[in-house]
Design a protein around this ligand. Sequence first.
Ligand SMILES: NC(=O)c1ccc[n+]([C@@H]2O[C@H](COP(=O)([O-])OP(=O)(O)OC[C@H]3O[C@@H](n4cnc5c(N)ncnc54)[C@H](O)[C@@H]3O)[C@@H](O)[C@H]2O)c1
Length: 310
Amino acid sequence: MISSEAVFAAVDPATAVERTRLAFERHAAGEWVMPAKVYLQSPPHGDFRAMPARGAGLALLKWVTSFPGNSVRGLPVVRGAIMLSDADTGEPLAVIECASVTSLRTGAAAAVSAQALALAGARTVGVIGCGVNGGWAARCLAAVGYGPGVCADARPEAAAALAAELGWGAGSREAAASQDVVVTVTPGTEHVLLASDLRAGQHLAVLGADAHGKGEVEPAAIDRSRLFCDEWEQASAGGELSGAAAVGRVTREQVTDLGQVLIGMAEGRRTPDEVTLFDSTGLAIQDLGICLAVYEAWRQGRIEAPTVTL
Ligand SMILES: NC(=O)c1ccc[n+]([C@@H]2O[C@H](COP(=O)([O-])OP(=O)(O)OC[C@H]3O[C@@H](n4cnc5c(N)ncnc54)[C@H](O)[C@@H]3O)[C@@H](O)[C@H]2O)c1
């Protein structure tokens, strides 16, 4: 198994942003493919997800948890493994620790969405929810030139630690929500972005609601925003927009896939006053983008991993 330490040694945040952008582009061009993720409930803890994807001669299956209650048990919310295979021969190539891959591609998606949709002069960042994936969103945004930022968390010590690491500040939810680029990465059990927080020209990357029933954004704030998502089938079934989609408040025509913007097939931001909202549910093709870089690093001898013959 390629460990999390090896994954982080192989892929720094700037590389994660580059590879995640590539994954969105290849998927939008129809070169990389994936079905929507499958959820397996595991009450009362949360759910398992099975996420396959194929592209660049490789195929993978990610088997991963979202167990929100794990943090109070002192356990990671996200844990599991990725099986990487040769797409031509079917040969299993590697097993890769998946929380590290998830963090890199999740954080990177926030940065790619900001690069594509935020105002050209946008710099400051608000992070609401400074746990594992909020931390990586901040690191990826910082790696591509965003910041300084305001870190806010229900646990002040989490906000303070992230702020200290990046040389940013810790502050209130309201302060974080007023920055140029706002990222939410909470468990999605309550609204942390309100319509009254929004100001013209902001970009919102909402990452925490990645299953139906979760939500971080007040419906009136969704109404006020121009909407983007990582992939409509997944986002309408299990993302921030799924509640609004279920009752017809948001329709397919109102939501643009980020990849289509990246390859120039759809319009991004239209005016400096628009508030853009990117709903991330997390795609298997993003994992593929990171795993490709990890596997290349291993083949080039830049990282080590124990090998077994199956
Ligand atoms: N979109 C994606 O691709 C993607 C990927 C991974 C995880 N997620 C989701 O992101 C969420 C967070 O995952 P994580 O692994 O970072 O969890 P985590 O437990 O490490 O972090 C969550 C943080 O949110 C904070 N928080 C909780 N309620 C809050 C509130 N009301 N206001 C401010 N802060 C609050 C917690 O104190 C914690 O620090 C989960 O719902 C997870 O399923 C999404």
